[in-house]
Design a protein around this ligand. Structure first.
Ligand SMILES: [Zn+2]
Length: 125
């Protein structure tokens, strides 16, 4: 058993499936897999699951300093206003360098195109 960074179970049957190419079935699953990708430094996956209209050229995860230590994820809400759009509200906990733990609360928007959920953008509060 190799615990998935998103905290939902075994990595191979959780986010690992989406990281290896299967389309995530829901926006919540995609959001969890993106959190896990940040933990694992899977920058290519993060860019591939980002809608082209808002996707940055790169995230610079490999050279980021100080690197965050990700402490956990809680999904608070997942709704589908339409079958191909979704809103996922979550709290991620992390620590930057030697600092104290912080909460990142974000309400993210997703769309599904060609059967694949994509991250569009989010409001951090
Ligand atoms: Zn997972």
């Amino acid at each position: 058993m190799n615990e998935c960074p998103c905290g939902y179970g075994d990595y191979a049957t959780c986010c690992g499936r989406w990281h290896s190419g299967e389309p995530a079935p829901t926006a919540e699953a995609l959001m969890r897999s993106r959190y896990s990708a940040y933990v694992l430094g899977l920058e290519t996956y993060l860019l591939e699951t980002w809608h082209q209209s808002t996707r940055p050229a790169s995230l610079g995860l490999a050279t980021q300093a100080p690197k965050p230590t990700w402490l956990g994820l809680t999904v608070k809400r997942h709704v589908n206003p339409t079958p191909d759009t979704a809103i996922v509200e979550f709290v991620a906990r992390l620590r930057m360098g030697g600092g104290s733990a912080e909460r990142m609360h974000e309400t993210s928007r997703f769309v599904r195109e060609d059967g694949r959920w994509l991250y569009v953008d989010g409001d951090v509060s």
